[in-house]
Design a protein around this ligand. Structure first.
Ligand code: SF4
Length: 76
């Protein structure tokens, strides 16, 4: 399993995560913050669980690129 999280409230809308992992992240036209696609929201922590391990590489690039460090990715 691959688990990606986004602490969305703290997003500053820089778009880097979308550039690194466009299949997982998209910018919201409503509030200009990043959206973690297919995630569920639990008190501001948006979590995506996926069995597709091919997403890890790009998501790790997004983790590194995010200037406010609000993305995590882990494999279980
Ligand atoms: S890289 Fe971080 S701050 Fe920038 S848009 Fe993505 S989640 Fe928001």
């Amino acid at each position: 399993m691959v688990i990606v999280t986004l602490q969305r409230d703290k997003c500053i809308g820089c778009n880097y995560c979308v550039e690194m992992a466009p299949s997982q992240f998209q910018m919201s036209k409503k509030d200009g913050k990043s959206v973690l696609l297919k995630s569920t929201n639990n008190k501001g922590f948006h979590t995506l669980k996926s069995s597709d391990h091919t997403i890890v590489e790009n998501c790790e690039l997004a983790v590194k690129a995010c200037p406010v460090h609000i993305i995590t990715v882990k494999e279980t």
